[in-house]
Design a protein around this ligand. Structure first.
Ligand code: ATP
Ligand code: MG
Length: 221
């Protein structure tokens, strides 16, 4: 899936003070391209991913997936589109608290009515090192374990677009390396268009393109 962002503007209001986060941001991402986004804390990286995921709204501008403007979708269509095509690994994980780890991974497939064997989900959970935590609820997992669960859940349905916000941010060096190896292996094998926010230059250098978010705009570096 290709992504076109045109003249995107997003600001927040603090009382009456307008804080501009994204300012006439433009970028085109090709199908299967893996793009890293770097930028200092508070520069607006997570804000940009939320807009791409359709979880927040821009002030003005366009976001197109395969040339289709997502602003033209109603809430129901947007939710269906997200469930079918977009994988999300966000900083707050968005895990379903009353389901076990295994059920959380199976959920995207159930939503899409894709028949699958639990073995596939178990296999993926084993690969992220959670084979011994299949029946734990998210509240019973550590921060890094929750992060790995969120990654497994995002990868299982082979989404056309993967949005990942510092997916290895809570992991130690060794676990982070293993999980990111799996991440890159899967997105490359599936041709998943990927937007990966990271503070780690080593991870960014494994991507096709590295962009920096600065002063509300993205530039190639
Ligand atoms: N709901 C909100 N209301 C007001 N300001 C907000 C809101 N959400 C984010 N901001 C502000 O927007 C700016 C960008 O936030 P964002 O979370 O996108 O940064 P980031 O680049 O992801 O930072 P980090 O690297 O620390 O995760 C921050 O200064 C933040 O305070
Ligand atoms: Mg962030």
């Amino acid at each position: 899936m290709s992504v076109q962002i045109k003249n995107l503007n997003k600001s927040y209001y603090l009382d009456t003070q307008k804080i501009e986060i994204l300012k006439d941001l433009n970028v085109e991402i090709k199908t299967s391209e893996v793009v890293a986004i770097l930028g200092s804390s508070g520069s607006g990286k997570s804000t940009l991913l939320s807009l791409l995921a359709g979880l927040d709204f821009c002030d003005s501008g366009e976001i197109r997936f395969n040339q289709i403007d997502i602003a033209r979708l109603n809430q129901k269509e947007l939710t269906a589109f997200r469930a079918e095509h977009i994988g999300i690994v966000f900083q707050n994980y968005y895990l379903v608290s009353h389901l076990t780890a295994l059920e959380n991974v199976l959920l995207p497939l159930e939503i899409q009515n894709k028949m699958t064997l639990p073995e596939e989900a178990i296999n993926l959970l084993q690969k992220v090192g959670l084979g011994h935590r299949l029946h734990h609820a998210p509240g019973e997992l550590s921060g890094g374990e929750s992060q790995r669960l969120a990654i497994a859940r995002a990868l299982i349905s082979k989404p056309q677009l993967l949005l990942a916000d510092e997916p290895s941010g809570s992991l130690d060096t060794e676990t982070g390396k293993k999980v990111m190896d799996l991440f890159f292996e899967q997105v490359r094998a599936n041709g998943t268009t990927t937007v990966l926010v990271t503070h780690d230059r080593g991870i960014a250098d494994r991507c096709d393109r590295v962009l920096k978010l600065e002063n509300g705009q993205l530039c190639d570096i």
